[in-house]
Design a protein around this ligand. Sequence first.
Ligand code: GDP
Ligand code: GDP
Length: 362
Amino acid sequence: MSLPVVAIVGRPNVGKSTLFNRIIKKREAIVDDLPGVTRDRHYAETEWSGQSFVVVDTGGYLPQTSDTIEMAIREQVEIAIQEADVILYVVDRASGITNWDAQIADKLKRSQKAVMLVVNKVDNEMMESDIYQFYGLGLGDPIAVSALQGRTIGDMLDILISQIRNVPMPEVIADEDAIKLAVVGRENVGKSSFVNMLIGQTRSIVTDIPGTTRDPIDSELNYQKRKYLLIDTAGLKRKAKVKENILFFSQLRSVRSIQRADVVLYFLDATAGPTRQDLRVINEATQHRKGIVIAVNKWDLVPKDDKTLFEWEKALRERLGSYSYIPIVFTSVLEKIRLFKLVVAFFCNFPELLGESSNRFL
Ligand code: GDP
Ligand code: GDP
């Protein structure tokens, strides 16, 4: 099952992170069992009125220097438009409409994305009348909340759920029989190199499945008489320009691709090792009962002797904790090392097979 992705955007200090915490409070479906995983998290799965969704906060990703903040936020809004199903656009009652708010609103209006205009810091009834000015943003009815006090958050979530239910989920355009594969991982680990290789090598029919404005573009391919759908191959080409947004982009893209996938291929960089974000995403994919394979790529760059692979694998399995059963393949996409093994592990590791012998490719 694929969960809709909701992104919270807006300029700094309007209360995005407070709202994020309010929305996920005590309703977090994901119970992390990896140490350090819950800290500095910017997305979580949650539920309201029986509807689950993933909520992503942009609040945490900001450059330190003020002259780049504006550019960063503009890009965050673009990323949210590309990768989210519904956008919660947060403005601040106390400060009214700033130039900045108006610019973001224009971008959102042009996107034809489902957008909810949330006026935060409406801490009591007296302040309700202040929200009418926000009709001026042209994004429909402003919804008054106080993230800090928890005021009318339930009403906002009711509206959010009705918006979510109106958004067509991307699966409807995909072939029902196709096994959905997602290649995820941080920037520059070799994902697009691998996907290009795969699409080139299979030499079978690769069809770009065109998305609507809000859908990513997938590629369909046949391998050993089965149909596969490589999810969001177009998203691999998009990159964030602002440094602080690179993580935001890869996280939002990962969350969304994982939601849609049956099997996830998670790329790690052998020269860098797994980060907390890597472990968190792997953890999440596993929680969602997705088949998962880890590729430790750029293995060619690691100075090694006959123990290096064993030690790397042992250390990674320890960090994976209860998920240490996940198949791990050490690869070099560039030098074509163990790529066949990786392809087989990826293509054959769909959930039906996971239970019996997920370790068979080790
Ligand atoms: P972000 O930068 O948009 O993520 O904003 P934060 O969530 O960090 O909040 C910025 C400031 O606004 C903090 O001092 C919050 O305590 C405050 N704040 C957030 N929500 C509310 C609210 O509903 N009412 C009031 N009065 N203050 C709020
Ligand atoms: P993506 O951002 O994850 O899609 O990464 P790319 O596929 O764009 O690769 C980033 C860079 O790493 C490119 O310069 C690739 O040529 C390089 N690269 C990819 N795979 C390998 C590998 O196995 N070994 C080495 N040495 N470089 C690689």
